[in-house]
Ligand binder design. Sequence first.
Ligand code: ZN
Length: 280
Amino acid sequence: MDFDVIIGFETHVELKTQTKLFCSCAVDYEASPNSRICPVCTGQPGALPVLNKRAVQFTVKAGLALGCMVNRHSRFARKNYFYPDLPKGYQISQYERPFCQDGLLEITGDDGKPYPVGIKRVHLEEDAGKLVHSSSSFESSTHSFVDYNRSSVPLLEIVTDHERNPLRSVQEARGYLEKLRQILRYIEISDCSIEKGQFRCDVNISFDPEARRPLAIDRRSKTWPPSSSSWMPWNTRSRGSPRSWSPRGDDSGDKALRRGQEGDLADEEQRGRARLPLFP
Ligand SMILES: [Zn+2]
């Protein structure tokens, strides 16, 4: 049986700031464990976060480079969950109002033509700490350590759009990740070192046997970069011409402002449009 495939990515990128997202602790990947921590990034009672301005600038820069609309008003949210590397018991992230949304990243499609992959959102959040197990195998580990140096390091999350020009083959997925990493390195907001975990992604793969919705099978993987054998040769049965789509932002002057319209965002706030073109 042939399948249509839709591939989605949530890519996390550690930003190249000197200090963490909500405190003045240094971002230092070479430091000894738990030597770059303070009451804020370890979630001590009464500690108050202060937002890193440079991290916000980097986020907007990434949004512009990806042809996104930059929201005039944005909001952080608490994502509550328990894990030993998260001392606060919640992660400060974004949900309703990300800094940037509705962008694109142009790659070469399977047909050899330019294909603008839809970017759903670009938001800012804090990284968690890191667990270090006593053995390379989790099952055989007898104990684990936790290093909070990475706790609250600025983390960019870039999410592809599964409905608007999604990725539909392994080749396109690979092209997307390589192009994305290239752009983020070019605008100098991250070194995107894969060995240091500065560029990592969750993958959401949907298989659709008869090109109908809802999709039939959903598989998630958290591995990237994969081993060479992981780029399996399965591919789409066929793909029609990509839907014609261009980035928002072709208005000018006052027209570049419009009312937020979606759901709970339909309030009196106005959102500006990014018009970008850092890249041709
Ligand atoms: Zn700190």
